[in-house]
Design a protein around this ligand. Structure first.
Ligand code: FES
Length: 628
Protein backbone atom coordinates (compact mmCIF):
# COMPACT_ATOMS: atom_id res chain seq x y z
CA UNK A 1 0.00 0.00 0.00
CA UNK A 2 1.28 3.50 -0.88
CA UNK A 3 2.33 5.43 2.21
CA UNK A 4 3.23 8.67 0.40
CA UNK A 5 1.41 10.69 -2.22
CA UNK A 6 2.60 13.31 -4.69
CA UNK A 7 0.95 16.71 -4.40
CA UNK A 8 1.24 18.95 -7.44
CA UNK A 9 0.66 22.65 -6.72
CA UNK A 10 -0.39 24.63 -9.80
CA UNK A 11 0.13 27.13 -11.38
CA UNK A 12 3.28 27.38 -9.20
CA UNK A 13 4.48 24.06 -10.58
CA UNK A 14 5.84 22.67 -7.30
CA UNK A 15 5.55 19.00 -6.44
CA UNK A 16 6.10 17.42 -3.07
CA UNK A 17 5.76 13.91 -1.61
CA UNK A 18 3.84 13.73 1.65
CA UNK A 19 2.66 10.99 3.96
CA UNK A 20 -0.85 9.62 3.34
CA UNK A 21 -3.51 11.65 5.17
CA UNK A 22 -1.30 14.76 5.45
CA UNK A 23 -3.21 17.99 5.11
CA UNK A 24 -2.63 20.32 2.18
CA UNK A 25 -1.44 23.24 4.32
CA UNK A 26 1.41 21.10 5.69
CA UNK A 27 2.14 19.92 2.15
CA UNK A 28 2.31 23.54 0.96
CA UNK A 29 4.69 24.42 3.81
CA UNK A 30 6.84 21.45 2.89
CA UNK A 31 6.90 22.70 -0.70
CA UNK A 32 7.90 26.19 0.48
CA UNK A 33 4.67 27.74 -0.79
CA UNK A 34 3.48 30.75 1.20
CA UNK A 35 -0.16 29.76 1.55
CA UNK A 36 -2.15 32.31 3.59
CA UNK A 37 -2.98 30.91 7.04
CA UNK A 38 -3.96 33.67 9.44
CA UNK A 39 -5.07 31.16 12.08
CA UNK A 40 -2.03 28.89 11.66
CA UNK A 41 -4.07 25.97 10.39
CA UNK A 42 -6.82 25.95 13.01
CA UNK A 43 -9.59 26.15 10.41
CA UNK A 44 -10.88 29.46 11.72
CA UNK A 45 -9.69 32.11 9.23
CA UNK A 46 -10.80 30.76 5.86
CA UNK A 47 -7.72 32.13 4.07
CA UNK A 48 -6.08 28.89 2.91
CA UNK A 49 -8.53 28.23 0.05
CA UNK A 50 -7.35 25.92 -2.71
CA UNK A 51 -9.09 24.12 -5.54
CA UNK A 52 -8.77 20.33 -5.90
CA UNK A 53 -8.28 19.65 -9.60
CA UNK A 54 -7.82 15.89 -9.39
CA UNK A 55 -7.25 13.13 -6.84
CA UNK A 56 -8.98 11.89 -3.70
CA UNK A 57 -9.22 14.01 -0.56
CA UNK A 58 -11.16 13.87 2.71
CA UNK A 59 -14.80 15.03 2.78
CA UNK A 60 -15.61 18.68 3.61
CA UNK A 61 -15.98 19.44 7.32
CA UNK A 62 -17.84 22.17 9.21
CA UNK A 63 -14.96 24.66 8.79
CA UNK A 64 -15.19 24.28 5.00
CA UNK A 65 -18.92 24.91 5.09
CA UNK A 66 -18.43 27.97 7.29
CA UNK A 67 -16.25 29.71 4.70
CA UNK A 68 -17.29 28.20 1.37
CA UNK A 69 -20.67 28.27 -0.30
CA UNK A 70 -22.23 25.09 -1.66
CA UNK A 71 -21.33 26.24 -5.15
CA UNK A 72 -17.68 26.80 -4.18
CA UNK A 73 -17.50 23.39 -2.50
CA UNK A 74 -18.95 21.62 -5.50
CA UNK A 75 -16.44 23.39 -7.77
CA UNK A 76 -13.65 21.74 -5.74
CA UNK A 77 -12.74 24.60 -3.38
CA UNK A 78 -11.49 23.50 0.05
CA UNK A 79 -9.62 24.85 3.04
CA UNK A 80 -6.10 23.42 2.70
CA UNK A 81 -5.66 23.02 6.45
CA UNK A 82 -8.80 20.84 6.72
CA UNK A 83 -8.20 18.81 3.59
CA UNK A 84 -6.35 15.46 3.92
CA UNK A 85 -4.93 13.64 0.93
CA UNK A 86 -5.97 10.09 0.08
CA UNK A 87 -4.18 9.78 -3.28
CA UNK A 88 -1.87 11.80 -5.53
CA UNK A 89 -3.55 15.20 -5.80
CA UNK A 90 -3.34 18.14 -8.16
CA UNK A 91 -4.17 21.43 -6.48
CA UNK A 92 -4.77 24.88 -7.92
CA UNK A 93 -3.59 27.69 -5.59
CA UNK A 94 -5.52 30.94 -6.29
CA UNK A 95 -3.42 34.10 -6.25
CA UNK A 96 -5.48 35.53 -3.40
CA UNK A 97 -4.41 32.58 -1.18
CA UNK A 98 -0.71 33.38 -1.54
CA UNK A 99 1.15 35.60 0.89
CA UNK A 100 4.05 36.61 -1.35
CA UNK A 101 4.65 39.76 -3.34
CA UNK A 102 3.80 42.24 -0.63
CA UNK A 103 4.64 45.90 -0.62
CA UNK A 104 7.21 46.16 2.13
CA UNK A 105 8.21 49.20 4.08
CA UNK A 106 11.94 49.40 4.77
CA UNK A 107 12.57 53.09 4.81
CA UNK A 108 12.18 55.55 7.59
CA UNK A 109 13.13 59.16 7.99
CA UNK A 110 16.94 59.48 7.81
CA UNK A 111 18.68 60.62 10.99
CA UNK A 112 21.83 62.54 11.85
CA UNK A 113 23.76 60.94 14.68
CA UNK A 114 27.21 60.42 16.14
CA UNK A 115 28.69 57.07 15.28
CA UNK A 116 30.21 54.98 18.01
CA UNK A 117 29.79 51.38 16.91
CA UNK A 118 30.48 48.36 19.11
CA UNK A 119 33.04 46.98 16.65
CA UNK A 120 36.12 48.83 15.34
CA UNK A 121 38.47 47.85 12.54
CA UNK A 122 42.24 48.13 13.11
CA UNK A 123 44.76 47.88 10.30
CA UNK A 124 47.90 46.20 11.58
CA UNK A 125 51.31 45.09 10.37
CA UNK A 126 52.60 41.99 12.11
CA UNK A 127 56.21 40.75 11.78
CA UNK A 128 56.33 37.22 10.42
CA UNK A 129 57.63 34.48 12.75
CA UNK A 130 61.33 33.57 12.50
CA UNK A 131 63.55 31.07 14.30
CA UNK A 132 64.39 33.90 16.68
CA UNK A 133 60.78 34.98 17.19
CA UNK A 134 58.55 32.02 18.00
CA UNK A 135 55.53 33.86 19.38
CA UNK A 136 52.19 32.31 18.38
CA UNK A 137 50.17 33.82 15.56
CA UNK A 138 47.60 35.27 17.95
CA UNK A 139 50.26 36.61 20.36
CA UNK A 140 52.02 38.52 17.61
CA UNK A 141 48.67 40.02 16.46
CA UNK A 142 47.89 41.07 20.05
CA UNK A 143 51.41 42.47 20.52
CA UNK A 144 51.03 44.49 17.32
CA UNK A 145 47.70 45.84 18.52
CA UNK A 146 49.22 46.76 21.87
CA UNK A 147 52.16 48.46 20.21
CA UNK A 148 49.96 50.44 17.85
CA UNK A 149 46.91 51.07 20.01
CA UNK A 150 48.06 50.82 23.61
CA UNK A 151 47.98 48.21 26.35
CA UNK A 152 44.66 46.48 26.34
CA UNK A 153 43.53 43.02 27.29
CA UNK A 154 42.84 41.67 23.81
CA UNK A 155 41.55 38.14 23.47
CA UNK A 156 39.93 35.87 20.89
CA UNK A 157 37.91 32.69 21.00
CA UNK A 158 39.25 29.52 19.35
CA UNK A 159 36.64 29.82 16.57
CA UNK A 160 38.08 33.22 15.62
CA UNK A 161 41.74 32.14 16.04
CA UNK A 162 41.00 29.26 13.68
CA UNK A 163 40.62 31.75 10.81
CA UNK A 164 43.88 33.63 11.51
CA UNK A 165 46.90 31.54 10.51
CA UNK A 166 46.10 30.86 6.86
CA UNK A 167 44.72 34.36 6.24
CA UNK A 168 47.76 36.06 7.84
CA UNK A 169 50.19 34.12 5.64
CA UNK A 170 48.20 35.05 2.54
CA UNK A 171 48.73 38.73 3.37
CA UNK A 172 52.50 38.50 3.96
CA UNK A 173 54.63 41.01 2.08
CA UNK A 174 57.66 43.22 2.61
CA UNK A 175 56.71 46.60 4.05
CA UNK A 176 56.75 49.28 1.37
CA UNK A 177 57.22 52.32 3.56
CA UNK A 178 59.61 53.21 6.41
CA UNK A 179 59.85 50.81 9.36
CA UNK A 180 56.91 50.89 11.75
CA UNK A 181 56.82 50.25 15.51
CA UNK A 182 56.11 46.57 14.74
CA UNK A 183 58.24 45.85 11.75
CA UNK A 184 61.88 46.70 11.01
CA UNK A 185 63.62 47.45 7.68
CA UNK A 186 63.15 44.71 5.12
CA UNK A 187 61.28 42.38 7.46
CA UNK A 188 58.31 40.63 5.90
CA UNK A 189 55.03 41.33 7.61
CA UNK A 190 51.41 40.28 7.62
CA UNK A 191 48.92 42.98 6.81
CA UNK A 192 45.57 42.46 8.43
CA UNK A 193 42.30 44.11 9.34
CA UNK A 194 41.37 43.11 12.87
CA UNK A 195 37.78 43.60 14.04
CA UNK A 196 37.57 44.20 17.78
CA UNK A 197 34.51 44.51 19.98
CA UNK A 198 35.87 46.04 23.15
CA UNK A 199 38.80 43.74 23.98
CA UNK A 200 37.44 40.79 22.06
CA UNK A 201 38.74 40.09 18.57
CA UNK A 202 35.70 38.98 16.54
CA UNK A 203 37.21 38.57 13.07
CA UNK A 204 40.19 38.98 10.79
CA UNK A 205 40.13 40.15 7.19
CA UNK A 206 42.48 41.25 4.43
CA UNK A 207 43.72 44.85 4.80
CA UNK A 208 41.41 47.68 3.78
CA UNK A 209 38.16 45.88 4.59
CA UNK A 210 35.66 48.11 6.37
CA UNK A 211 33.52 46.87 9.26
CA UNK A 212 29.91 46.37 8.18
CA UNK A 213 26.81 45.96 10.34
CA UNK A 214 23.41 44.40 9.76
CA UNK A 215 20.23 45.89 11.27
CA UNK A 216 16.79 44.31 11.06
CA UNK A 217 13.24 45.02 12.08
CA UNK A 218 11.72 41.59 12.54
CA UNK A 219 7.98 42.01 12.12
CA UNK A 220 5.26 39.40 12.43
CA UNK A 221 4.57 39.76 8.71
CA UNK A 222 7.57 41.50 7.25
CA UNK A 223 11.28 41.67 7.88
CA UNK A 224 13.20 44.80 6.90
CA UNK A 225 17.00 44.46 6.74
CA UNK A 226 19.81 46.96 6.19
CA UNK A 227 23.59 46.73 5.66
CA UNK A 228 25.38 49.70 7.11
CA UNK A 229 29.01 50.93 7.08
CA UNK A 230 29.94 50.95 10.77
CA UNK A 231 32.49 53.76 10.28
CA UNK A 232 30.44 56.25 8.26
CA UNK A 233 26.88 55.17 9.00
CA UNK A 234 26.16 54.98 5.28
CA UNK A 235 23.39 52.57 4.37
CA UNK A 236 24.85 50.26 1.73
CA UNK A 237 21.80 48.17 0.88
CA UNK A 238 18.32 47.48 2.21
CA UNK A 239 15.55 45.04 1.51
CA UNK A 240 12.27 43.71 2.80
CA UNK A 241 11.05 40.12 2.76
CA UNK A 242 8.07 38.30 4.13
CA UNK A 243 8.58 36.59 7.48
CA UNK A 244 8.61 32.92 6.46
CA UNK A 245 7.04 31.96 9.81
CA UNK A 246 3.80 33.21 8.28
CA UNK A 247 3.18 29.68 6.98
CA UNK A 248 2.81 28.64 10.65
CA UNK A 249 0.22 31.28 11.54
CA UNK A 250 -0.18 34.90 10.58
CA UNK A 251 -0.50 36.36 14.06
CA UNK A 252 1.78 36.02 17.06
CA UNK A 253 -0.66 33.98 19.11
CA UNK A 254 -1.12 31.24 16.51
CA UNK A 255 2.65 31.06 16.03
CA UNK A 256 3.24 30.81 19.77
CA UNK A 257 0.57 28.11 20.04
CA UNK A 258 2.37 26.22 17.25
CA UNK A 259 5.73 26.66 19.00
CA UNK A 260 4.45 25.38 22.33
CA UNK A 261 3.02 22.17 20.88
CA UNK A 262 6.48 20.59 20.94
CA UNK A 263 10.18 21.49 20.97
CA UNK A 264 10.59 20.57 17.30
CA UNK A 265 8.02 23.19 16.33
CA UNK A 266 9.77 25.94 18.22
CA UNK A 267 13.16 24.96 16.71
CA UNK A 268 11.52 24.92 13.29
CA UNK A 269 10.15 28.45 13.75
CA UNK A 270 13.61 29.63 14.86
CA UNK A 271 15.26 27.84 11.94
CA UNK A 272 13.08 29.36 9.22
CA UNK A 273 13.59 32.94 10.35
CA UNK A 274 17.35 32.45 10.87
CA UNK A 275 17.57 30.98 7.39
CA UNK A 276 15.67 33.99 6.02
CA UNK A 277 18.24 36.26 7.69
CA UNK A 278 21.07 34.28 6.09
CA UNK A 279 19.56 34.60 2.63
CA UNK A 280 18.86 38.30 3.24
CA UNK A 281 22.40 39.04 4.48
CA UNK A 282 23.89 37.15 1.53
CA UNK A 283 21.95 39.15 -1.05
CA UNK A 284 22.52 42.47 0.75
CA UNK A 285 26.29 41.76 0.94
CA UNK A 286 26.35 40.93 -2.77
CA UNK A 287 24.47 44.12 -3.61
CA UNK A 288 26.83 46.19 -1.44
CA UNK A 289 29.96 44.46 -2.79
CA UNK A 290 31.20 43.34 0.63
CA UNK A 291 32.00 39.92 2.04
CA UNK A 292 29.81 38.22 4.62
CA UNK A 293 32.93 37.98 6.86
CA UNK A 294 33.00 41.78 7.01
CA UNK A 295 29.59 41.82 8.69
CA UNK A 296 30.83 42.02 12.26
CA UNK A 297 27.78 43.09 14.26
CA UNK A 298 23.99 42.82 13.97
CA UNK A 299 21.20 44.59 15.76
CA UNK A 300 17.72 43.08 15.61
CA UNK A 301 14.46 44.49 16.93
CA UNK A 302 11.02 42.92 16.88
CA UNK A 303 7.95 42.42 18.98
CA UNK A 304 8.47 40.30 22.08
CA UNK A 305 7.07 37.14 20.50
CA UNK A 306 9.21 37.50 17.38
CA UNK A 307 12.48 38.03 19.29
CA UNK A 308 11.62 35.10 21.57
CA UNK A 309 10.96 32.83 18.58
CA UNK A 310 14.19 33.99 16.91
CA UNK A 311 16.21 33.23 20.04
CA UNK A 312 14.25 30.00 20.66
CA UNK A 313 13.21 31.26 24.09
CA UNK A 314 10.13 29.74 25.75
CA UNK A 315 6.89 31.41 24.69
CA UNK A 316 4.20 29.52 26.59
CA UNK A 317 4.19 32.09 29.43
CA UNK A 318 4.04 34.84 26.80
CA UNK A 319 0.93 33.38 25.19
CA UNK A 320 -1.20 33.09 28.34
CA UNK A 321 -2.32 35.68 30.91
CA UNK A 322 -0.55 37.65 32.38
CA UNK A 323 1.65 37.41 29.24
CA UNK A 324 5.20 37.80 30.55
CA UNK A 325 8.46 37.68 28.63
CA UNK A 326 11.14 35.09 29.47
CA UNK A 327 13.56 38.03 29.56
CA UNK A 328 13.17 41.72 28.82
CA UNK A 329 16.80 42.84 28.98
CA UNK A 330 18.96 43.64 25.99
CA UNK A 331 20.89 40.57 24.85
CA UNK A 332 24.20 40.02 23.08
CA UNK A 333 24.27 36.59 21.48
CA UNK A 334 26.95 35.08 19.26
CA UNK A 335 25.56 35.06 15.72
CA UNK A 336 26.92 31.55 15.16
CA UNK A 337 24.95 30.29 18.18
CA UNK A 338 21.85 31.39 16.25
CA UNK A 339 23.22 29.83 13.04
CA UNK A 340 23.26 33.33 11.55
CA UNK A 341 26.20 33.54 9.18
CA UNK A 342 28.26 36.68 9.83
CA UNK A 343 31.95 37.17 10.73
CA UNK A 344 32.91 34.19 12.85
CA UNK A 345 32.98 36.03 16.21
CA UNK A 346 30.17 38.52 15.46
CA UNK A 347 27.42 39.23 17.96
CA UNK A 348 23.72 39.86 17.48
CA UNK A 349 22.43 42.60 19.78
CA UNK A 350 18.71 42.43 20.57
CA UNK A 351 17.25 45.61 22.07
CA UNK A 352 15.34 45.36 25.37
CA UNK A 353 11.58 45.01 25.46
CA UNK A 354 9.15 46.74 27.79
CA UNK A 355 6.74 43.86 28.33
CA UNK A 356 4.92 40.94 26.80
CA UNK A 357 3.04 43.16 24.38
CA UNK A 358 5.50 46.01 24.03
CA UNK A 359 8.65 44.76 22.42
CA UNK A 360 12.08 45.86 21.28
CA UNK A 361 10.48 47.23 18.11
CA UNK A 362 8.50 49.68 20.24
CA UNK A 363 11.69 50.78 22.02
CA UNK A 364 13.29 51.17 18.57
CA UNK A 365 10.27 53.14 17.31
CA UNK A 366 10.65 55.58 20.23
CA UNK A 367 14.38 55.81 19.51
CA UNK A 368 13.93 56.20 15.75
CA UNK A 369 11.21 58.83 15.99
CA UNK A 370 12.95 60.72 18.84
CA UNK A 371 9.67 60.57 20.75
CA UNK A 372 11.53 60.52 24.08
CA UNK A 373 13.25 63.84 23.24
CA UNK A 374 10.25 65.91 22.16
CA UNK A 375 9.95 69.14 24.15
CA UNK A 376 6.14 68.89 24.24
CA UNK A 377 3.43 66.30 24.88
CA UNK A 378 3.52 63.81 22.01
CA UNK A 379 2.13 60.43 21.11
CA UNK A 380 3.77 57.75 18.98
CA UNK A 381 1.58 55.01 17.51
CA UNK A 382 2.53 51.98 15.45
CA UNK A 383 -0.58 50.37 13.96
CA UNK A 384 -0.52 46.65 13.31
CA UNK A 385 -2.19 43.45 14.44
CA UNK A 386 -1.20 44.75 17.83
CA UNK A 387 -1.12 48.50 18.04
CA UNK A 388 1.47 49.92 20.41
CA UNK A 389 1.38 53.51 21.50
CA UNK A 390 3.49 55.67 23.79
CA UNK A 391 2.72 59.06 25.31
CA UNK A 392 5.47 61.45 26.38
CA UNK A 393 4.97 64.15 29.01
CA UNK A 394 8.32 65.92 29.10
CA UNK A 395 7.47 68.15 32.05
CA UNK A 396 6.72 65.14 34.19
CA UNK A 397 9.56 63.16 32.58
CA UNK A 398 7.18 60.28 31.91
CA UNK A 399 6.77 57.99 28.96
CA UNK A 400 3.80 55.61 29.11
CA UNK A 401 3.05 52.78 26.71
CA UNK A 402 -0.02 50.74 25.99
CA UNK A 403 -0.87 47.99 23.59
CA UNK A 404 -4.18 46.93 22.16
CA UNK A 405 -5.22 43.99 20.07
CA UNK A 406 -6.46 45.76 16.96
CA UNK A 407 -6.62 42.53 14.99
CA UNK A 408 -5.42 41.76 11.48
CA UNK A 409 -8.26 43.59 9.65
CA UNK A 410 -5.84 46.27 8.39
CA UNK A 411 -3.67 43.47 7.01
CA UNK A 412 -6.72 42.38 5.03
CA UNK A 413 -7.66 39.42 7.25
CA UNK A 414 -11.28 38.82 8.34
CA UNK A 415 -12.34 41.09 5.47
CA UNK A 416 -14.27 39.30 2.73
CA UNK A 417 -12.06 40.57 -0.12
CA UNK A 418 -9.23 41.73 2.10
CA UNK A 419 -5.62 41.15 1.17
CA UNK A 420 -2.20 42.44 2.04
CA UNK A 421 -0.71 45.41 0.23
CA UNK A 422 0.47 43.64 -2.92
CA UNK A 423 -0.09 44.04 -6.65
CA UNK A 424 -3.76 44.46 -7.53
CA UNK A 425 -4.83 45.52 -4.03
CA UNK A 426 -7.22 48.48 -3.98
CA UNK A 427 -5.31 51.11 -1.98
CA UNK A 428 -7.41 54.22 -2.48
CA UNK A 429 -11.13 54.83 -3.04
CA UNK A 430 -13.25 57.85 -3.98
CA UNK A 431 -17.04 57.86 -4.23
CA UNK A 432 -18.51 60.56 -6.46
CA UNK A 433 -21.81 61.07 -8.23
CA UNK A 434 -20.27 59.23 -11.15
CA UNK A 435 -19.69 56.13 -9.00
CA UNK A 436 -16.79 54.44 -7.22
CA UNK A 437 -13.24 55.26 -8.33
CA UNK A 438 -10.45 52.98 -7.21
CA UNK A 439 -6.67 52.96 -7.37
CA UNK A 440 -4.75 49.69 -7.17
CA UNK A 441 -1.14 48.91 -6.32
CA UNK A 442 0.79 48.60 -9.56
CA UNK A 443 -2.31 49.82 -11.43
CA UNK A 444 -3.17 46.14 -11.93
CA UNK A 445 -6.75 44.85 -12.21
CA UNK A 446 -8.20 44.78 -8.68
CA UNK A 447 -8.03 41.44 -6.84
CA UNK A 448 -8.88 42.62 -3.32
CA UNK A 449 -8.55 45.51 -0.93
CA UNK A 450 -5.63 46.23 1.43
CA UNK A 451 -5.62 48.10 4.75
CA UNK A 452 -5.24 51.64 3.45
CA UNK A 453 -7.90 50.91 0.80
CA UNK A 454 -10.32 49.61 3.42
CA UNK A 455 -9.86 52.74 5.55
CA UNK A 456 -10.36 54.92 2.47
CA UNK A 457 -13.41 52.94 1.36
CA UNK A 458 -15.08 53.13 4.77
CA UNK A 459 -14.31 56.87 5.07
CA UNK A 460 -15.84 57.49 1.64
CA UNK A 461 -18.83 55.24 2.34
CA UNK A 462 -19.47 57.21 5.54
CA UNK A 463 -18.97 60.60 3.88
CA UNK A 464 -21.32 59.76 1.03
CA UNK A 465 -24.03 58.23 3.24
CA UNK A 466 -23.53 54.58 2.21
CA UNK A 467 -23.12 53.80 5.93
CA UNK A 468 -24.44 55.69 8.92
CA UNK A 469 -22.50 56.56 12.07
CA UNK A 470 -23.34 53.15 13.53
CA UNK A 471 -21.83 51.49 10.49
CA UNK A 472 -25.13 50.21 9.07
CA UNK A 473 -25.25 49.96 5.28
CA UNK A 474 -27.90 52.17 3.70
CA UNK A 475 -29.94 49.66 1.74
CA UNK A 476 -31.20 52.37 -0.62
CA UNK A 477 -27.72 53.56 -1.62
CA UNK A 478 -26.32 52.90 -5.09
CA UNK A 479 -24.08 49.80 -5.32
CA UNK A 480 -25.54 48.34 -2.10
CA UNK A 481 -27.21 44.97 -2.58
CA UNK A 482 -28.14 41.79 -0.77
CA UNK A 483 -26.88 38.34 -1.60
CA UNK A 484 -27.17 34.98 0.17
CA UNK A 485 -24.58 36.04 2.80
CA UNK A 486 -26.10 39.46 3.58
CA UNK A 487 -25.79 43.11 2.56
CA UNK A 488 -22.73 44.43 0.77
CA UNK A 489 -21.34 47.40 -1.16
CA UNK A 490 -19.72 46.76 -4.56
CA UNK A 491 -16.29 48.41 -4.84
CA UNK A 492 -15.31 46.91 -8.18
CA UNK A 493 -17.49 44.82 -10.46
CA UNK A 494 -16.51 41.46 -11.93
CA UNK A 495 -15.99 42.89 -15.41
CA UNK A 496 -13.00 44.99 -14.27
CA UNK A 497 -11.68 42.80 -11.45
CA UNK A 498 -8.73 40.47 -11.81
CA UNK A 499 -10.63 37.69 -10.05
CA UNK A 500 -13.69 37.77 -12.33
CA UNK A 501 -15.78 38.27 -9.18
CA UNK A 502 -17.19 41.47 -7.72
CA UNK A 503 -14.98 42.98 -5.03
CA UNK A 504 -17.19 44.06 -2.17
CA UNK A 505 -17.24 45.53 1.33
CA UNK A 506 -19.77 43.55 3.35
CA UNK A 507 -21.70 44.62 6.43
CA UNK A 508 -19.49 42.35 8.51
CA UNK A 509 -16.35 43.94 6.96
CA UNK A 510 -17.60 47.33 8.16
CA UNK A 511 -18.16 45.85 11.61
CA UNK A 512 -14.62 44.37 11.65
CA UNK A 513 -13.15 47.78 10.86
CA UNK A 514 -15.33 49.34 13.57
CA UNK A 515 -13.84 46.85 16.06
CA UNK A 516 -10.27 47.51 14.93
CA UNK A 517 -10.51 51.29 14.80
CA UNK A 518 -12.49 51.31 18.06
CA UNK A 519 -9.70 49.37 19.77
CA UNK A 520 -7.05 51.81 18.53
CA UNK A 521 -8.82 55.08 19.24
CA UNK A 522 -10.20 53.95 22.62
CA UNK A 523 -6.67 52.72 23.45
CA UNK A 524 -5.25 56.16 22.69
CA UNK A 525 -8.02 57.91 24.60
CA UNK A 526 -7.53 55.61 27.59
CA UNK A 527 -3.77 56.22 27.47
CA UNK A 528 -4.44 59.97 27.57
CA UNK A 529 -6.95 59.60 30.41
CA UNK A 530 -4.62 57.37 32.44
CA UNK A 531 -1.85 59.97 32.16
CA UNK A 532 -4.18 62.96 32.83
CA UNK A 533 -3.57 64.31 29.36
CA UNK A 534 -6.25 66.54 27.85
CA UNK A 535 -6.79 66.31 24.05
CA UNK A 536 -5.60 69.91 23.63
CA UNK A 537 -2.31 69.15 25.46
CA UNK A 538 -1.02 66.88 22.68
CA UNK A 539 1.11 68.72 20.13
CA UNK A 540 2.23 65.87 17.88
CA UNK A 541 0.97 62.44 16.87
CA UNK A 542 3.66 60.33 15.22
CA UNK A 543 2.25 57.56 13.04
CA UNK A 544 4.90 54.90 12.45
CA UNK A 545 5.08 51.56 10.70
CA UNK A 546 4.24 50.11 7.31
CA UNK A 547 0.47 50.45 7.49
CA UNK A 548 0.79 53.93 9.03
CA UNK A 549 2.97 55.17 6.22
CA UNK A 550 0.47 54.28 3.47
CA UNK A 551 -2.56 55.37 5.48
CA UNK A 552 -4.49 58.42 4.28
CA UNK A 553 -4.55 60.53 7.46
CA UNK A 554 -7.72 62.39 6.47
CA UNK A 555 -9.53 59.08 6.06
CA UNK A 556 -8.10 57.77 9.34
CA UNK A 557 -9.37 60.89 11.14
CA UNK A 558 -12.71 60.79 9.30
CA UNK A 559 -13.55 57.30 10.54
CA UNK A 560 -12.12 57.97 14.02
CA UNK A 561 -9.26 55.50 13.71
CA UNK A 562 -7.11 58.28 15.15
CA UNK A 563 -8.66 60.81 17.52
CA UNK A 564 -8.89 64.44 16.36
CA UNK A 565 -6.68 66.37 18.75
CA UNK A 566 -7.12 70.13 18.26
CA UNK A 567 -3.50 71.23 18.66
CA UNK A 568 -1.71 68.21 17.26
CA UNK A 569 0.15 67.90 14.00
CA UNK A 570 0.03 64.38 12.58
CA UNK A 571 3.29 63.08 11.14
CA UNK A 572 3.95 59.83 9.24
CA UNK A 573 7.51 58.66 9.81
CA UNK A 574 7.71 55.34 7.98
CA UNK A 575 9.55 52.46 9.56
CA UNK A 576 10.84 54.22 12.69
CA UNK A 577 11.60 50.84 14.29
CA UNK A 578 14.01 50.07 11.44
CA UNK A 579 15.62 53.49 11.91
CA UNK A 580 15.94 52.77 15.64
CA UNK A 581 17.57 49.40 14.89
CA UNK A 582 20.15 51.12 12.67
CA UNK A 583 20.82 53.75 15.34
CA UNK A 584 21.43 51.06 17.95
CA UNK A 585 23.68 49.24 15.47
CA UNK A 586 25.79 52.35 14.94
CA UNK A 587 26.03 53.71 18.45
CA UNK A 588 26.62 52.27 21.89
CA UNK A 589 25.17 55.52 23.26
CA UNK A 590 21.91 54.80 21.44
CA UNK A 591 21.90 51.33 23.01
CA UNK A 592 22.21 53.00 26.40
CA UNK A 593 19.40 55.34 25.41
CA UNK A 594 17.28 52.31 24.47
CA UNK A 595 18.00 50.88 27.90
CA UNK A 596 16.90 54.17 29.51
CA UNK A 597 13.74 54.21 27.40
CA UNK A 598 12.99 50.66 28.55
CA UNK A 599 13.54 51.59 32.24
CA UNK A 600 11.69 54.86 32.01
CA UNK A 601 8.62 53.66 30.11
CA UNK A 602 5.64 52.68 32.20
CA UNK A 603 3.12 50.22 30.82
CA UNK A 604 -0.60 50.37 31.36
CA UNK A 605 -2.88 47.43 30.72
CA UNK A 606 -5.79 49.10 28.96
CA UNK A 607 -8.42 46.56 29.93
CA UNK A 608 -7.86 47.26 33.63
CA UNK A 609 -8.35 51.02 33.21
CA UNK A 610 -11.62 52.58 34.37
CA UNK A 611 -13.80 53.63 31.47
CA UNK A 612 -12.00 51.55 28.83
CA UNK A 613 -15.02 49.41 27.98
CA UNK A 614 -17.39 52.35 27.57
CA UNK A 615 -14.79 54.25 25.52
CA UNK A 616 -14.36 51.17 23.34
CA UNK A 617 -18.13 50.92 22.77
CA UNK A 618 -18.33 54.64 21.85
CA UNK A 619 -15.25 54.44 19.62
CA UNK A 620 -16.92 51.82 17.44
CA UNK A 621 -19.25 54.54 16.16
CA UNK A 622 -18.10 56.86 13.39
CA UNK A 623 -17.50 60.48 14.49
CA UNK A 624 -20.68 62.55 14.07
CA UNK A 625 -19.23 65.95 13.33
CA UNK A 626 -17.16 64.74 10.48
CA UNK A 627 -15.55 67.79 8.89
CA UNK A 628 -14.36 66.00 5.77
FE1 FES B 1 -6.94 27.16 7.06
FE2 FES B 1 -6.93 29.31 8.63
S1 FES B 1 -8.60 28.22 7.88
S2 FES B 1 -5.27 28.27 7.78
Amino acid sequence: MTSTFEIDFEPIGKRVDVAADSNLLDAARQAGIGLASVCGGEGTCGRCRVVIMSGKVSAPVDADRRFLSQLELSSGQRLACRCHVHSDVKVHVPKASLVTDQRLQVNGVARQMQIEAAVHAYEIEVPEPTLYDLRSDLDRVIDALETMHGQRKWFAEPAVVRTLSALARRTARAPSGPPTQSVGYGQAAWHLTVYARGHELVGFEAPGRKPIGFAADLGTTKVAGYLVDLETGEELASTGVMNPQIGYGEDVISRMVHATRNDDNSSELARVIREAFNVMIGSLAEEAGVSRDQVVEACIVGNTAMTHLLLDLPVHQLSVSPFVAATSTALDVKARDLQIELAVGAYVHVLPCIGGFVGADHVAMILGSDLDRKPYVAIGVDIGTNTESALLKPNEKTLTSASCASGPAFEGAHIRDGMRASTGAIEAVKITDAGVQIKTIGDAPPVGVCGSGIVDAIAEMYRSGVINNRGRLNREAASVRKNEQGWEFVLASADISGTERDIVITQSDVNEIQLAKGAISSGLETLMAATNTAPEDVEEVIVAGAFGSYLDLDSALAIGLLPRLPNAKYVQVGNAAGVGAKMALLSLKERQRAQQIMKRTGYIELTTQAGFNSRFAMSMLFPKNNPS
